[in-house]
Design a protein around this ligand. Structure first.
Ligand code: ADP
Ligand code: MG
Length: 601
C-alpha cells in the first residue's frame, strides 16, 4: 500500500506516441481473434446500407412510373408495373428486417471485445514483477482495465460499434453517391464539395484531440488511485482526524478531472458545430440548385424527390465519419495506455528452463540487488548456503535487507549481480513455477483474501482434504481460535466477514504455507504472531512432520535462534557474519546486537 502512495499517474508525462499504423495492427490482431463475427458484421452492415439506400431509388422509380402513366396512358394493365415495384419494396423491407438485427449484434460484440481485452491484459500484468507494481498504482491499473475499455465511447465500443458505424456510414455515402450519380451527375458533384474541407479540419485538430483525451484518462486514473488509497488507508485517515486535509487532497484531482472533462466537452462541441455547419451550407446550396433544375423541367419530380431524400440521408453518415476519426483518436489513447503496461519489461525469461522437483540445496553467491531507481543496493554481496532440512535464521536491524533476501530466494526479485543456485542450477534457468510450488512463504504483512478461513488456507495447495487442513491449522497453532468462531472454518474473512488481528492473520498465512507441504518454508518475521511458547510448539511440530523441510526464519527474537542451524547476520544489506550462533558470538557486533534485542524483549 505504502508504495502506491508516492505515485500519481495524473502527473505522469505522456507516454511516447506510437504511429497510427501500429494502432491499426493492434486492432487487426484483436479482430482476427473473432474473425467470423467480424465477417458477419461486415455483411450485415453492407446489407443494411444497401437496403436503406434502395428505398429512395425505388420510390423514384415508383413516382416516375406513376407520372408516366398519368401523362401517356397505355392500353395494357396500368397497375402491372406499379405492382411489380411494390413487390420489390416489400422484398427490400424484409431484407431490412434482417439487417436491423445488427445494432444488437454490434452491442454484443462490444462486450465480447471488452472481456477479451481485459482478460488478455490481466494475464500479461500478472506476469510482471515488482518493478511494474511500483510503477503503476493499483487505481491506475484498474482504470486502464475498466474505464479505458468499457462503455461508449471508449476502446471496446470503438472496436465494434465505432468502426462498424463508420463502415455503415461510409457504405451509405458510397451507395447514396452511386445512386445520385446514376440519377444526376452534376447535382452529385455539388454535394461532394464539403468532404475535403472536413478532412482538412480533422488533420488540423487531431493532435489536440489525442492530447485532450489522454489528459482526461490520466485524470480518471488519478482519481481512482486516490480513491483506492483513501479506502485502503481509511483507518489511518480517521485515526489522524485528517478527513478535511484528505478531502482537499482529493478535491485537487477532482478539479483536474473537471477541467479535463470540460476540455473534452468543449472540443467535441466545437468539432460538432463546425461539421454541422459545413453540412448545412452544402445542403442549402444543393437544395437551391436542384429546385431550379426541377422548376426548369430538367429533372423529373421523382428525381427531385430521390435527391432530396438522399441528401437528408447523407447528413448523418457524413457527420458520423469525422466522428469515427475522433473516437478513433480516443481509442488510440486507450490502446497506448494498455500497451504501456504490457510493454513494461517482463521478468527475464530463458529458453531452456529446468523443472525443480526437489530442493536439495539453495545457494546465494555474492548476490547484489537494488530497487529500481534507488541509489545503492539493498543486498550487497550476500553469500550463503542452505542444505535440505537445514534451518537458517536471519537477523539484523530494520532495513538491513532481510525481507529483500527472502524475496530474492523466492525469485520475486532478480539480482543485479551474483547468482542464486537451486540444487546447483541458476534460478534463472530453473522453471519458476515448479520451484515455487515447493515453497511456503509467510510474508511480514500477511494478507488474506475475501472468502472463508478454509478457502484461505486451502488457497495454495492441491490437497484440500480435512486431514491436510487439520495438520496445517494445528501446526500453525490456530485450532483453538478457529473452533471459537461460530462458523468455525467456514467463517468469512475480509470485507464481508470478520477481521482478524495481525497475529491471527499471520498464523493463517503460516497455515496456508504449511498446507502446501513445502520443502522450503520462508518465515518473514513471525515474532509478532507467536509468543515464545507457541513458537516452540510450531518448531516442534515441524520437526515431527518432516526432517526434510528447510526453513529460512527472519526474526528479531533471541529464542528463535535455538531452533536454527545457522544464522545470517545482516546489516545495511551486507553479511556481517554467517555461521552457527555459537560461532557468531565471537563477533563483537553480533554480540552487541544480541544484547540490544534481549534488552528489548
Ligand atoms: P528489512 O526486512 O530488513 O527491514 P528490507 O529488505 O525490507 O529490510 O529493506 C532493505 C532496504 O531496501 C531498505 O533500505 C528499504 O528502504 C529498501 N526497500 C525495501 N523495499 C523497497 C521497495 N519496494 N522499493 C525501494 N526500496 C525498498
Ligand atoms: Mg522486513
Amino acid at each position: 500500500m505504502m508504495a502506491s502512495q508516492t505515485k500519481d499517474p495524473g502527473a505522469e508525462a505522456p507516454g511516447s506516441r506510437t504511429p497510427g499504423t501500429s494502432h491499426l495492427v493492434w486492432i487487426r490482431a484483436i479482430w482476427s481473434e473473432k474473425g467470423s463475427l467480424i465477417a458477419i458484421l461486415f455483411l450485415l452492415t453492407l446489407l443494411s446500407s444497401a437496403v436503406a439506400v434502395s428505398y429512395p431509388y425505388l420510390s423514384k422509380l415508383l413516382l416516375d412510373t406513376i407520372q408516366g402513366l398519368l401523362e401517356t396512358p397505355t392500353t395494357g394493365d396500368p397497375m402491372l408495373e406499379v405492382n411489380r415495384l411494390l413487390l420489390v419494396l416489400v422484398a427490400v423491407g424484409l431484407a431490412g428486417l434482417v439487417a436491423s438485427l445488427f445494432p444488437g449484434i454490434r452491442g454484443m460484440t462490444n462486450s465480447v471485445f471488452e472481456h477479451l481485452i481485459r482478460g488478455k491484459y490481466f494475464r500479461r500484468i500478472l506476469g510482471k514483477d515488482y518493478s511494474f507494481f511500483s510503477r503503476f498504482a493499483s487505481g491506475d491499473i484498474v482504470t486502464r482495465l475498466t474505464d479505458d475499455i468499457y462503455d461508449f465511447p471508449k476502446l471496446s465500443w470503438f472496436l465494434c460499434s465505432g468502426i462498424f458505424r463508420a463502415v455503415e456510414s461510409i457504405s451509405k455515402v458510397a451507395f447514396c453517391l452511386t445512386a445520385m450519380f446514376l440519377i444526376n451527375a452534376e447535382l452529385t458533384l455539388y454535394s461532394l464539395i464539403p468532404v475535403p474541407l472536413m478532412i482538412v479540419i480533422f488533420y488540423i485538430t487531431q493532435d489536440r484531440i489525442y492530447d485532450t483525451f489522454q489528459k482526461n484518462q490520466q485524470a480518471i486514473s488519478a482519481i481512482n488511485s486516490r480513491l483506492e488509497m483513501s479506502f485502503s488507508g481509511v483507518r489511518i485517515i480517521k485515526s489522524y482526524a485528517c478527513e478535511d486535509k484528505y478531502r482537499r487532497f482529493f478535491n485537487e484531482v477532482l478539479e483536474t478531472r473537471r477541467n479535463t472533462e470540460m476540455g473534452v466537452a468543449r472540443l467535441e462541441a466545437v468539432l460538432h458545430l463546425i461539421y454541422q455547419y459545413i453540412d448545412y451550407i452544402a445542403q442549402a446550396g444543393i437544395f437551391f440548385a436542384g429546385g431550379i433544375m426541377a422548376v426548369r423541367g430538367e429533372i423529373t419530380i421523382g428525381t427531385f424527390y430521390a435527391f432530396y431524400t438522399y441528401l437528408s440521408m447523407l447528413i448523418y453518415p457524413i457527420l458520423d465519419i469525422p466522428q469515427l476519426f475522433v473516437s478513433g483518436k480516443r481509442a488510440f489513447v486507450n490502446i497506448d495506455r494498455l500497451e504501456e503496461m504490457a510493454n513494461h519489461p517482463d521478468p527475464e525469461f530463458r529458453e531452456i528452463r529446468h523443472p525443480v522437483d526437489r530442493i536439495q540445496s539453495i545457494e546465494l553467491r555474492d548476490v547484489c540487488f537494488g530497487y529500481g531507481d534507488r541509489p545503492g543496493d539493498a543486498l550487497k554481496g550476500v553469500s550463503l548456503i542452505i542444505h535440505r532440512g537445514e534451518r537458517l535464521g536471519v537477523i539484523g536491524p530494520v532495513g538491513s535487507g532481510k525481507t529483500t533476501l527472502i524475496k530474492a530466494i523466492i525469485g520475486l526479485l532478480s539480482p543485479r549481480s551474483g547468482e542464486i543456485l537451486i540444487n546447483g542450477q541458476d534460478l534463472r534457468d530453473s522453471d519458476g513455477d515448479s520451484y515455487r510450488s515447493l515453497l511456503g512463504y509467510v510474508p511480514q504483512e500477511a494478507l488474506l483474501f475475501s472468502g472463508t478461513l478454509r478457502e484461505n488456507i486451502d488457497f495454495g495447495s492441491d490437497d484440500h482434504t480435512d486431514g491436510n487442513f487439520g495438520m496445517a491449522v494445528q501446526t500453525a497453532q490456530l485450532t483453538s481460535e478457529i473452533t471459537a468462531f461460530a462458523d468455525k472454518e467456514h467463517t468469512l474473512v475480509g470485507q464481508r466477514g470478520i477481521s482478524l488481528s495481525g497475529g491471527q492473520k499471520q498464523r493463517m498465512a503460516i497455515a496456508r504455507a504449511l498446507a502446501r507441504k513445502p520443502e522450503l518454508l520462508l518465515f518473514d518475521d513471525i515474532t509478532a504472531s507467536l509468543d515464545a511458547t507457541n513458537e516452540e510448539r510450531l518448531m516442534n511440530r515441524l520437526n515431527e512432520l518432516s526432517a526434510d523441510i528447510s526453513c529460512v526464519i527472519v526474526s528479531h527474537r533471541l529464542s528463535t535462534l535455538q531452533y536454527v542451524d545457522k544464522v545470517l547476520f545482516l546489516k545495511e544489506g551486507r553479511t556481517l557474519a554467517f555461521g552457527t550462533h555459537d560461532q557468531l558470538l565471537g563477533n563483537l557486533e553480533y554480540r552487541e546486537f544480541i544484547k540490544e534485542i534481549t534488552g528489548d524483549s
